[in-house]
Design a protein around this ligand. Structure first.
Ligand code: NAP
Length: 286
């Protein structure tokens, strides 16, 4: 009897070497006895188009997409009605190959939303975001759609933070969002929630993003970084008595939602969580 072909899934990006996604998805496939494998596809920008055009031929059934391609893949995917706002957000992180067509989704947005809301309800909250890249756009979308009271956003590149303001105002008319030119102008002490969506904190040598004086005990600080589990920002926030969260739960939930798109079945959340935790123990940075 001919053996059923193994379905291939994977993470597309450049670079993708230290991703936790293979461990998380492969643990779920194994647990559910699904004949599938999740690998890494590190592609240079000039290889992207050929690669995306060859997915069906290579029996690649689905992809997650990471830096720097979340925006570029929009040119290759179809979006259904519910996902149409992704043209504005300019970020697709999940692709499903269906009959030769590539369908695009974003699971970072509901993944962040679910994990954040397990800890704090953004409704009517005064919020601040550091970083206006793909993740910053997703965070701003979640906070605005959850009816936060206001957002102040800071990025070292003022054009990028202004871009997020323009995008949010286009999708959520009259939403109270402003881009500030200096981190001090975020007025974090008047906010309820601070989200770090910059990569600053991933390396031991990274500087502190804020000073201790900018933080206070009634603030909730969410850092999208999950490795290390406690960044300098989170350590400082804890020191002043603030509540904190790292981004491991967001990583888990975006993976769980992608797995659902890939397979059409419910993901084994606890199995995926255990796989992630194990992986983190193995390659904990500091
Ligand atoms: P990105 O597109 O590179 O955006 C990061 C933005 O932050 C850039 O605009 C960058 O500006 C800016 N920035 C850098 N240093 C800054 C500073 N000191 N102050 C203010 N802004 C600064 O990256 P991304 O895809 O949005 O990801 C951001 C972080 O979120 C990464 O650490 C990523 O691993 C994490 N993330 C986590 C999850 C999760 O599941 N937990 C999901 C997505 C992303 P320049 O480009 O000029 O440097």
């Amino acid at each position: 009897m001919a053996q059923e072909k193994t379905s291939i899934f994977g993470l597309l990006g450049f670079p993708v070497k230290h991703s936790f996604s293979p461990a998380m998805h492969n643990a779920a496939f194994k647990y559910l006895k699904i004949n599938a494998r999740y690998g890494l596809f590190e592609k240079k920008p000039q290889e992207l188009e050929d690669f995306l055009n060859s997915l069906a031929r290579q029996n690649i059934c689905g992809l997650n997409v990471t830096i720097p391609y979340k925006e570029r893949v929009l040119d290759f995917v179809e979006l259904d009605k519910e996902s149409f706002y992704l043209r504005e957000i300019r970020a697709v992180n999940t692709i499903v190959v269906e009959g030769g067509i590539l369908k695009g989704f974003n699971t970072d947005i509901p993944g962040f939303s679910k994990h954040l809301k397990e800890q704090i309800d953004p409704l009517n909250k005064k919020t601040a975001i550091l970083g206006a890249g793909g993740a910053g756009r997703a965070v701003a979308y979640v906070l605005a759609s959850s009816k936060a009271k206001e957002i102040a956003i800071y990025d070292i590149d003022r054009k990028k933070s202004q871009g997020v303001v323009d995008l949010i105002k286009k999708v959520f008319l009259n939403f109270n969002i402003e881009a500030v030119g200096r981190i001090e102008d975020l007025n974090i002490k008047e906010k309820d929630l601070l989200v770090n969506a910059t990569p600053i904190g991933m390396e031991k040598t990274d500087p502190y993003l804020v000073t201790e004086e900018m933080l206070y005990k009634d603030l909730f600080v969410y850092d999208l970084i999950y490795n290390p589990p406690q960044t300098k920002l989170l350590a400082l926030a804890k020191k002043v008595g603030a509540k904190t969260s790292n981004g491991l739960g967001m990583l888990l939930y975006q993976g769980v939602l992608s797995f659902g798109h890939f397979t059409g079945v419910d993901a084994p959340v606890e199995i995926m969580r255990q796989a992630l935790t194990k992986e983190l123990e193995k390659c904990r940075k500091f």
